[in-house]
Design a binder for this molecule. Structure first.
Ligand SMILES: [Fe+2]
Ligand SMILES: [Fe+2]
Length: 259
């Protein structure tokens, strides 16, 4: 740990006060200063290590776009979903790849939209992103889409050979080969598995491409019309429509505002 001598001396007061201190008192003060600095550094490092925070807050993690903090540009007064893609979710490679795959394979437009937005809430928070994502999008998409978002998180851990979904090799690397999902994930899977909307969530996992394919050129352009047809953009702008989830969008507009 580096101690800044000037900064340390400044904590002690005037030059006269420092001169009046015994060498023992100075040594004690130095030790206390070092301990406080170490505490501060440890706290900062621990905070950086909370991997469940969203990418906008600097959390690293798999499927993340660049791990350094995104440069924050101010957003338009009435932000649309497209604005969020441009100003807060970009480059959004993973979800664009998923949506591109869904579109190429001829999925219905609502499924393409679901793939396009399925992990975008990870910019806000990564913990239980299926549930958070479903909640954040619920007022603006059909029930099929929000239901799919909610349960794709649990379904990822369970294979379904009928649609060619295998347990992702990536998870063996992330979670270890012997990983058993928590009981609440297993319950959510079993509930979803027997639900009439099962495929609305399952197909999101089928198009959830974990390996970055450098030959796949992705852009939001092919999806603008689908967003227009299936996303109920509030006229006041996301974050300002007084919906029960407006604060979640505002948090992404202003991730640097405490309180
Ligand atoms: Fe996901
Ligand atoms: Fe995903």
């Amino acid at each position: 740990m580096q101690i800044d001598r000037r900064a340390f001396l400044a904590t002690l007061g005037t030059a006269a006060a420092i001169n009046a201190m015994s060498s023992e008192a100075l040594a004690d003060a130095l030790e206390q200063h070092a301990a406080q600095k170490l505490d501060a550094e440890t706290t900062t490092n621990e905070l950086k290590m909370r991997r469940g925070a969203g990418s906008l807050f600097g959390a690293p993690g798999p499927l993340n776009d660049p791990t350094e903090l995104k440069k924050l540009e101010s957003m338009p007064d009435k932000p649309t979903l497209v604005d969020f893609f441009q100003y807060r979710f970009a480059p959004a490679t993973h979800v664009l790849q998923s949506a591109t795959d869904a579109m190429r394979k001829g999925e219905k437009e609502e499924m393409v939209l679901a793939c396009l937005i399925h992990d975008t809430v990870q910019n806000l928070i990564k913990v239980d992103h299926g549930w958070w994502g479903a909640q954040m999008y619920e007022p603006y998409v059909s029930e099929k889409v929000s239901w799919g978002l909610r349960y794709h998180q649990a379904l990822r851990f369970y294979a379904d050979p009928s649609v060619g979904y295998e347990y992702p090799e990536l998870y063996n690397r992330i979670y270890g080969k012997d990983y058993v999902p928590p009981a609440y994930i297993k319950r959510a899977y079993e509930y979803a598995r027997n639900h009439k909307s099962y495929m609305d969530a399952r197909m999101i996992t089928v198009h959830d491409l974990y390996a970055f394919d450098p030959t796949m050129k992705v852009s939001l352009d092919p999806f603008i019309d689908i967003i227009g047809r299936h996303f109920k953009q509030p006229k006041e702008g996301l974050g300002y429509d007084n919906s029960p989830v407006a604060h979640m969008w505002r948090t992404m507009i202003f991730p640097n505002n405490p309180l």
